[in-house]
Design a protein around this ligand. Structure first.
Ligand code: TXE
Length: 480
């Protein structure tokens, strides 16, 4: 079976203990490769390599750094089918989605931050007749990037691209559930000529390798995407060490549909925002709020289209809903469906595990599920399920919709459907979320700040925010 090795000091290597873990294909339930089961000793080696490369990398010209990152992007494009297949096998998503979204976005991340770093403006402030201030930004040093399993290469590059472009050297840990594309990526880095030690990838468990990265005294900043519970653990460790922290956490995002919406667009996009990637995207709109006068029509059409979604083998082009990432995650999602029933919810479609004939018979599949009849304060509407499960609720006024939208601990994103422009602005400004989409979903401009409010995260990623995060500012004031 193929072994997924660490990438440390420019070399692919086994963990110091020599131990490996099974890497499971969630569509079949079977191990298809082995991933390094690394520990703190491997992280220590990675930090030494990262420190050793930092001076040369941070002193390299912006153009030369960008050229290496652009070369990696070219290699991602060259191998996009292989990477998409690996992403689909590792995470369970339809290969069609990996080809259309995950891999192109990974390449775009590398290109965006490579070029953005060359156009990064620095500030100066004139104190008339007194002094001139100028602000310089220098890379913070060795940073830790920890990424999740739902969009493996997409979110891995989303973190390491700005760090590398800013001149930092990196110790990265992809999720142990979906390590394959990061492993393939490390081979592309070697081929592209990324200097040894600039990027180090240490595979393994979160509470072992991840925790060792957070705790390492010579790692100055941490960029994390994952669950809110893990985010709390990381913050508790990193804060007393005065590390810079960027936490991109969970969401329970409202999708607000007013009666004056473009109905066809609202329904078709809501199917996407509910069930893409099996609902395993932190930006999915898992709470659909519909104005009462449109409620029955919307629910009927939405359920009909949900039933049409094909749950199947992720490698088949016609599949729209693949496997959930692991058996334990599938059981977590099924547990929430049972909870919804106990809380008085009515399951209009889906609601159970799906058995797929053939090679995927043991896979982790859940039918896209629509639940109505719940109130806003129940656990089903308060907690992140992170699966193909949405609730739909009616509202009678704009104020009520906004109240529902803001009524849980998360504040990552929201979607608003209305053809009334004034209302769109008014509602968007009152929703406590970091990202608001009006009459669209998941339309991403990489220049914009990305991140959540409340328990959806701390800090912002994306655009200049990400480059700033990986640098530290110094202000020089010179008397005129
Ligand atoms: O994420 P974890 P999980 C949500 C979603 C999901 C829940 C848990 O609701 O059900 O989080 O998912 C590493 N120190 N999201 O358990 O545990 C871990 O190895 C350092 C939303 O898969 O947060 C992995 O690489 N690192 C989110 C990464 O953290 C640690 C996407 C994420 O794992 C660690 C994913 C520790 N103590 C899940 N413990 C989003 N916002 O997109 C774990 N890790």
């Amino acid at each position: 079976m193929e072994q997924i090795l660490n990438y440390i000091g420019g070399k692919l290597c086994a963990p110091t203990t020599g131990s490996f873990m099974n890497n499971i294909n969630p569509a079949t339930g079977a191990a298809y490769s082995q991933v390094a089961d690394s520990d703190a000793a491997d992280v220590a080696q990675a930090v030494i390599a990262a420190k050793g490369s930092f001076q040369a990398w941070s002193k390299m010209s912006l153009q030369n750094r960008a050229a290496v990152l652009m070369k990696i992007a070219d290699l991602i494009d060259r191998d996009s089918d292989q990477l998409a297949l690996a992403e689909s096998i590792d995470q369970g998503k339809p290969v069609k989605l990996a080809k259309a979204v995950d891999i192109p976005r990974a390449s775009a991340n590398m290109r965006f931050f490579a070029t953005a770093s060359m156009h990064f403006a620095s500030d100066s402030h004139l104190m008339e007749g007194e002094a001139i201030n100028y602000t310089t930004r220098t890379p913070v040093g060795v940073v830790g990037c920890i990424s999740p399993w739902n969009l493996p290469l997409y979110l891995f590059t989303w973190k390491i691209a700005p760090a590398l472009a800013a001149g930092c050297s990196v110790v990265a840990k992809p999720s142990e559930l979906t390590p394959m594309t990061a492993f393939l990526f490390s081979k592309l880095c070697i081929e592209a000529g990324l200097p040894d030690g600039v990027l180090n990838i240490v595979h393994g468990l979160g509470n072992k390798v991840g925790q060792a990265i957070i705790e390492h005294p010579e790692i100055t900043a941490i960029s994390f995407t994952g669950g809110t519970v893990t985010g709390k653990t990381i913050a508790a460790t990193a804060a007393p060490m005065f590390k810079k922290l960027s936490l991109e956490l969970g969401g329970k995002n409202p999708n607000i549909v007013f009666a004056d919406c473009d109905f066809e667009k609202a329904v078709s996009t809501s199917i996407q925002s509910s069930f893409s990637n099996q609902g395993e995207i932190c930006l999915c709109g898992s709470r659909i709020l519909v104005e009462r006068s449109l409620y029955d029509k919307f629910v009927s059409e939405f359920v009909n289209r949900t039933r049409e979604l094909l749950v199947g083998d992720p490698l088949e082009e016609k599949t729209r809903v693949g496997a959930l990432v692991s058996e334990s995650h599938m059981n977590k999602v099924l547990g929430y469906i049972e909870l919804a029933k106990q809380e008085g919810g009515k399951i209009l479609c889906g609601g159970s595990r799906v058995k797929i004939e053939g090679r995927c018979e043991q896979g982790y599949f859940v039918a896209p599920t629509v639940i109505v009849g719940l109130d806003q304060n129940c656990r089903t509407n308060q907690e992140e399920i992170f699966g193909p499960v949405v609730t739909i609720m009616p509202f009678d006024s704009e104020e009520e919709a906004i109240g529902y939208a803001n009524s849980n601990a998360y504040g990552l994103s929201a979607t608003v459907w209305t053809e009334n422009l004034t209302r769109a602005h008014r509602v968007a400004h009152q929703i406590k979320s970091g990202i608001i989409w009006v009459n669209c979903w998941l339309l991403r401009d990489l220049r914009t700040p990305f991140g959540g409010m409340k328990q959806s995260g701390v800090g912002r990623e994306g655009g200049w925010e990400a480059l700033r995060f990986f640098t530290e500012a110094k202000n020089v004031c010179i008397k005129l």
